[in-house]
Structures are given as structure tokens and as C-alpha cells.
Ligand binder design. Sequence first.
Ligand SMILES: C[S@@+](CC[C@H](N)C(=O)[O-])C[C@H]1O[C@@H](n2cnc3c(N)ncnc32)[C@H](O)[C@@H]1O
Length: 360
Amino acid sequence: MCRKHTLAFIACVADDRDGGMADGLRRLIGATVAAIFSAAPEIERRRTAKNMAANRPMELTVARGAASLPASRWAGKGRAPNPQDVYERGFMAGLEAHYSARDIEARILAAIRAAGLNPDERLSPEELAALDHFHTGGLRASRELLELAQIRAEDRVLDIGAGLGGSARLLASALGCRVDCVEMSPDYCAGAVLLNRLTGLEDRITVHQGSALDLPFPDGSFDVVWMQNVGMNIEDKRQLYGEISRVLKPGGRYAFQEMAAGEAAISYFPLPWATEPADSFLVSAQEMRLALGGCGFSAELFEDTSDAHLGRSIANARPAAPGQLGLGIFVDNLAQKAENARCSLEEGQVRLVRGVFRVK
Ligand SMILES: C[S@@+](CC[C@H](N)C(=O)[O-])C[C@H]1O[C@@H](n2cnc3c(N)ncnc32)[C@H](O)[C@@H]1O
């Protein structure tokens, strides 16, 4: 089936080549503009074009206090001015542009109303699930991981790369536990804060804009670290797993699902996690296990769920019908990205894995 899309894919690559010079210029201007306009009183971000492109540890300084403000207070106060608010998308660089969504709060509210829901009444996390579980398998996959990780009400959980926080709300509402979210995208942070408020869960969930590679928490803060479909964006796995190990209490668990490298190189772009190859950093399942082992983790569960996933429908990856909630409300070009992901999985270019690892 995927082969049928080869011509469309070639056309897409050709378009990219035609626009290559203009794109390079846009990126250069974008990096400069973002650097100038991202300074804010409470959150100061210093990035180099190099570490933005490779998602290496950013020189990210969260001013004291801003990182630990409750979500309800954080929203308007500590938020860095988003270059996207002022400049067109084309001015932004790499991964930051990939995970940006202009006017996300207005878009979400309009979509909720269009779906026949009333944002002035408390919404349930389940009602929002088609919108806010931005990972393979959607809500079903989150529920399965929750069971596998055996998370308890008393556990303090960190959701890394939390996106709009759908899984954090599932954990907080289903189990009653406290969840901290770390998310790189200021737009997604704003969306998560809004949805926490609409579901009445802002007291149990705190949103931090920050980097997985420089987690803003003391050592041994969490019982569980949770991560879904994020590691694919991160080149420095050692730093990532080292940070996860550092913030876990002794004996704490790391529960995750993500894409691993398959037998062949990826040939379909854009993907849900990367507009272009420079933003995608897949390692094989074996390399993942070794890297985790090197950071003091041992596997309680590690499995390849690719075939099981392919046998199911991927409801949340389809563009929603008008009046229905879906990822397409904040993810550009969703249909093509989802189709490319499916082709990559079907052709063995990527594998879907999940695991629960315990740190010593
Ligand atoms: C495919 S989305 C998954 C979102 C969320 N985990 C979910 O399942 O709904 C990947 C997320 O990882 C975030 N991300 C990527 N690299 C990151 C990093 N170094 N630090 C923090 N967040 C990151 C992106 O901004 C994006 O929200």
C-alpha cells in the first residue's frame, strides 16, 4: 500500500529541494530572531543554532521559582514570549517549528465547542483523549502502559515531553497521583495548562517548560518517570537516561513507549515527530536497552509492539471529521505524517517498543 505513495513522496522531496536555499535562509533568520526575542523576565533561554537543530542539551535557564509555579499560576506569568506569536512559522527553526502551534488555546477552545462540549463546564480527560494523546496508539496505549507500570495513587510521576498533557491527566484522574510535566514547546505547555484547568486537574498537575536533557528537579524526586514518543527527538540518549535516572528515587521506574530504528533507514518524511531527518534520532531496541543498562536501569518489561499496533486501527492519527476532536487541531499536515509513520512501520523502517525499567 505504501508503495503507492512513492510518487507523492518524490514530489514532496523535490519541493523541499526547490525550497532548500530559501529554507536555509529562513532558518538562519529564525534562529537570530528567536534568540533576540526569547528573553523574558522569568524564563531566560539561550540556545545556539547547533543545539536547537540537534536537540542537544539546551543552555536553558529557568529563573528561580518559575519552574515550580503551579500550572494555574504559571500560564500567564512565566511564559517566554513565543516568537510564533509575533513572527510567521517560517522564521522558526527545526524541532521548535515542528512542535509549534500558533494560537493553540484559541484553537483548542474552538474545537471543543465545535465538538459540542462546553468548556465552561468541567470536562473529563476521556472526552479530550482524541486531542491530547499525541503518540502511537493514543489513549489505549496510555492505559496499557499505566497498567504495565503499576503506578499507584501515592506515586509522584514525571511526564517528560508531555505535549498537551493527555497522559498526565489520565494518570492524575484515574489514579489520583501528582504529576509534573516537562515540555519543550511553549505552545504545548500553554495548551496543557488550559486543558488541566478545563478538567479541574490543575492542582494535581504542574507544567514546566524545559528540556528532558536538563530536568529542573533535584535528585531522587520521582517514583515514576513516564515518556511516550519523545526519545526519537533526542540524540544524546546517555544524557537523557542519565537525567531520568538522576530524578528517580532508588528503585524508581521508567515507563515508556517510543519508536526504535528498524532494519532499514527511514525514507518517509515528514513524520509525526520530525519534519526532516535532522530531527529524528532513532536507535535500535537493542541499543536502547544497552544505553539504559549503562545508566543503571534493568528491564522489568521490554517488548516490541509493532505488529500488534499494525493490526489495530489508529483512530487518533486520522484527521478528525469536522466537529470531532483530533490531533489535527494542533498538528499540521497530520494525514501525511500519520500515513508516513504507518508506511515506516509496515516496511520495518521503524519499530514500536515499550518498556518498564527499574533503576538501582
Ligand atoms: C510526539 S510528541 C508526544 C507528546 C506526549 N508525550 C504525548 O504522548 O501526547 C513529542 C513531544 O516531545 C517534546 N520534546 C521533544 N524533545 C524534547 C526535549 N528535549 N525536552 C522536552 N520535550 C521535548 C515535544 O515538544 C513534543 O511535545
